[in-house]
Design a protein around this ligand. Structure first.
Ligand code: NAD
Length: 436
């Protein structure tokens, strides 16, 4: 099948490459001409494990093309996927301007039947808005389908090639048939495709992300309470997670969730609720708790230095919002950096993958180290903000030799307490006793 993907970011590029890998001819359209030029040269503009190989293979096989010209791509395709940004507007509601402006353009360009598949995360009722926007410009038949995306950054290729399920929201039989054909390689190997009405499909995505945000936040509160009463969150989570109604995943405490999805989706669902006179109390609490959790170690650092961070040199390991991605949107590292700089500290950060993106917004407000040990040179303490696996088994002797004071604030519980116990370090993590 010939398919157009509009918006070639984390979701669009991975979806486009996956659909090409499944044998389709895919035209990736992006408004960012620099990005399109890069991709035409075989350069992947984002960091995603496993993507480059698949991307290059499909370019070479002439199944994956890049353009800024929507009309050119659309004319050659039967199905148009929208993978456009839906960032939070000022009031927290999803900004639909990208999606609706492309819908207007599609309406103006249609010459024959097409299916418009929305992969962006959007509030209930958006498929209908897209339909009305296109219909205002054309009399040609078309269908709009909701097909939310569940991939995780850092595992996007794996998730896209092996989805747990495919959700298709559409009441059009014709569209359902074509969607079933696109996803046949998945259903053929047992992946369920769940057809539903478009509103339920749109809500499924928000419900899933919000539930995961609640689960993380619940565990963070349990961790904070563990510290008050002297319990160990590692033991508690193992005990809880062994119940298969709960499971072990998403029970790891830390300095809050970030990224381009959870914060914005929680906000958008709260806002959508308000528009219907409905209060999502649990989500409002989740947002507040998470915001406080992101910077919970700053007050610990401040207390340790008796309220005076002026001139303190802080080493920071990790800038990405989580491991295996270069994405820094809503990253906890940024909240910590902002606050620590305000309090007069200086920061030397290390993150091999996300540094470039942070440089774009912070420039030389902080320093950047070429490796994890260099970041520690003369540092008064180390703060860990991302769970990159290279931080898991460091050489504590080398660390101690580099640092001025042997103090670690670990926002991602990277080390087992036993690992640190035999060192000279003072070690503060989340939900566990402090060592030293
Ligand atoms: P992104 O910001 O990485 O990519 C969006 C792309 O769209 C950019 O390349 C941008 O240049 C392009 N674009 C903007 N306006 C355009 C236009 N008019 N025409 C063509 N291209 C245009 O965004 P993303 O992270 O891929 O997210 C896209 C959607 O998918 C959002 O709704 C998001 O909530 C949802 N989603 C994201 C993830 C994730 O992990 N990132 C997972 C599931 C769902």
């Amino acid at each position: 099948m010939n398919i157009t993907i509009v918006g070639t970011g984390y979701v669009g590029l991975v979806t486009g490459t996956t659909l090409a890998e499944l044998g389709n001819t895919v035209y990736c359209v992006d408004i960012d001409s620099k990005k399109v030029d890069q991709m035409k040269l075989g350069i992947v503009p984002i960091y995603e494990p496993g993507l480059e190989e698949m991307f290059l293979r499909n370019i070479q096989a002439q199944r994956l093309f890049f353009t800024t010209n929507l009309k050119e791509a659309l004319d050659q395709s039967e199905v148009i996927y929208l993978a456009l940004p839906t960032p939070p507007g000022e009031d927290g509601s999803a900004d639909l301007s990208y999606v609706l402006s492309v819908a207007t353009q599609i309406g103006e360009m249609l010459t024959d039947y097409k299916i418009i598949v929305n992969k962006s995360t959007v509030p209930v009722g958006t498929a209908n808005k897209v339909r009305q926007t296109i219909a205002a410009k054309t009399n040609i038949e078309f269908d709009v389908v909701s097909n939310p995306e569940f991939l995780r950054e850092g595992f996007a290729v794996e998730d896209s090639m092996n989805p747990a399920r495919v959700i298709v929201g559409s009441e059009s039989e014709k569209a359902q048939e074509i969607m079933a054909k696109i996803y046949q390689p998945f259903t053929n190997t047992g992946t369920p495709i769940i057809f539903m009405d478009e509103k339920s499909s749109e809500l499924t995505k928000y419900a899933a992300n919000s539930f995961l945000a609640v689960k993380i936040t619940f565990m963070n509160e349990i961790a904070n309470y563990c510290e008050k009463v002297g319990a160990d969150v590692d033991k508690v989570r193992l005990g809880m997670g062994s119940d298969d109604r709960i499971g072990h995943r998403f029970l790891f405490p830390g300095i809050g969730y970030g990224g381009s999805c959870f914060p914005k989706d929680v906000k958008a669902l709260i806002r959508s609720g308000k528009q219907e006179g409905f209060d999502f109390q649990i989500l409002e609490a989740t947002e507040d708790v998470n915001q406080a959790q992101k910077i919970i170690l700053v007050s610990e650092i401040e207390n340790y230095f008796r309220g005076d961070l002026k001139g303190k040199k802080i080493a920071l390991w990790g800038l990405a919002f989580k491991a295996n991605t270069d994405d820094i949107r809503e990253a906890s590292s940024l909240d910590n950096i902002k606050l620590l700089l305000e309090k007069g500290a200086t920061i030397t950060a290390y993150d091999a993958i996300a540094e470039e993106n942070v440089r774009k917004i912070l420039g030389d407000e902080i320093s950047y180290a070429p490796d994890m040990y260099s970041a520690l040179q003369d540092a008064d303490c180390l703060l860990i903000a991302t769970e990159w696996s290279e931080f898991k088994n460091p050489n504590f002797d080398l660390m101690a030799a580099r640092m001025k004071q042997k103090v670690i604030f670990d926002g991602r519980n990277m080390f087992a307490l036993e690992q640190v116990e035999n060192t000279d370090f003072r070690y503060k993590s989340i939900g566990r006793r402090t060592i030293g």
